[in-house]
Ligand binder design. Structure first.
Ligand code: ZN
Length: 280
């Protein structure tokens, strides 16, 4: 494992990136490893977020990973991401991995399946509160911004009844892989209405842009496991929110993936906003 401070020597992070990462209070470790090393890493620290690859790698069409869901399960029981070949939206709830394909169908994921991008933690909330009045997506985001320490990563779990949730997923890709911005032009969108379900997600400080999607990234699954996807908008009726502050981020970067391309330019920020479909 390599501390981020040593990464610049290996050309993994540009000087600019290094400054950005230094500005975050979340301790960041970027490691270039093979999947044997990743799977051998100890699990169980409740303050740690584990991530395979970077959002920047995904933006550049790195849709094949070397980490299996079996290995991922040793790094947490809670998380989100995608499936090999960008085959839909993935979420992990209480240790169960679920895939939502572009046709909206929901599937369990076999442990031998691989992923190019996943964010995982051991969910152990240190804060919980009830929402007794309706909340829009904007109101919810604002609330999360207010309770978040902007120097740390937060994990969120919302159990609620929703008037509606707008969802999307992306279709499986084939070589040569197009960039993510081209893929999201073909994404499919749908809406769950009058539905009980769970939203899980993370909020990343803007200082981690390039490694992460800055801001809030949420995935939804209905209580009956019939409808899910990446959340683009919602109207929440009532529910319970649980929050966990995470002070350590480990990013595993497979061979051949460069994070040095990550930058904080408005162009990249706009590209990420575009593919994530967030209104902020
Ligand atoms: Zn997503």
């Amino acid at each position: 494992m390599t501390a981020y401070g040593e990464i610049a020597h290996h050309g993994l992070l540009s000087a600019e990136d290094q400054q950005l990462v230094s500005a975050a209070a979340t301790s960041v470790t970027v490691q270039r490893s093979n999947h044997e090393e990743f799977s051998a890493e100890p699990a169980g620290l409740s303050s740690v977020v584990e991530q395979t690859s970077s959002i920047d790698a995904l933006l550049h069409g790195a849709y094949e990973g070397d980490v299996s869901f079996g290995e991922l399960s040793r790094h947490g029981n809670f998380g989100l991401g995608t499936v090999q070949h960008l085959d839909g939206e993935m979420l992990c709830l209480d240790g169960e991995f679920l895939q939502v394909r572009a046709d909206g169908s929901v599937h369990g994921i076999p442990p031998e399946t691989l992923t190019p991008f996943a964010v995982m933690c051991h969910f152990d909330p240190d804060q919980s509160y009830e929402l007794t009045s309706p909340h829009t997506w904007e109101a919810l985001q604002q609330q999360f911004d207010e309770i978040s320490d902007n120097r740390l990563v937060q994990a969120f779990r919302i159990e609620a009844f929703f008037d509606w949730v707008s969802l999307r997923s992306v279709p499986r890709q084939y070589r040569p892989y197009p960039p993510l911005s081209a893929v999201t032009a073909t994404q499919t969108n749908w809406q769950a209405e009058q539905v009980q379900g769970t939203i899980i997600g993370f909020r990343f400080p803007s200082s981690l842009q390039g490694l992460e999607v800055p801001g809030i990234h949420l995935h939804f699954i209905s209580a009956d496991r019939k409808i899910g996807g990446h959340v683009t908008d919602l109207l929440l009726q009532s529910g319970v929110v649980q929050v966990q502050q995470l002070s350590e981020l480990h990013v595993e970067v497979p061979e051949g993936i460069h994070v040095a391309e990550a930058d904080s330019s408005e162009e990249v920020a706009a590209a990420i906003r575009g593919v994530e479909g967030h209104s902020s």
